[in-house]
Structure formats: C-alpha cells, structure tokens
Design a protein around this ligand. Structure first.
Ligand SMILES: [Zn+2]
Length: 75
C-alpha cells in the first residue's frame, strides 16, 4: 500500500542560491526561496538583458491602459 500521492511535494532549486524550495502556495516567492533572492535575480536579469540606452526604468512600471474605461458610467 502506498499513499505517496498525498505527500507529493515538488521542489525546485532557487535560481539565485540553489536552495531547494518546496513548490507550495505559501512559498509566494517560488521558484525563489525568498524575496531577497527574487530581487537579486530580477536585478541581474534587468541589468544584463535590459540595458536599453536612454530608456528610464520607470517606464516599465506604467501599464498600457487604453483610453475609455468605465469612466462614462460613473455619472
Ligand atoms: Zn535563494
């Protein structure tokens, strides 16, 4: 008899520090082990691949929202 199906926990390696991370809902930073490792990886990725001259980093924070929201129905 085997009840392995209930105990099946997927683990992944943290891309930054290679710690085994359990793939659970509570691990909100997965596949990273922590927010710190996530930021480190994002920073490395951003500085290496997104070296766009003359492009301010703040531009990535602005969502592309088209005109014409629900504003018409507010009044
Ligand atoms: Zn880590």
């Amino acid at each position: 008899m085997s009840e392995e199906t209930n105990n099946k926990i997927i683990t992944v390696d943290c891309p930054t520090c290679h710690t085994a991370v359990e793939w659970l809902d509570k691990n909100e930073h997965r596949p990273f082990c922590s927010d710190r490792c996530r930021l480190i990886d994002l920073g490395a990725w951003a500085s290496e691949d997104y070296k766009v001259p003359g492009k301010p980093a703040t531009e990535w924070d602005m969502p592309d929202v088209p005109m014409g929201n629900d504003n018409n129905t507010l009044q």
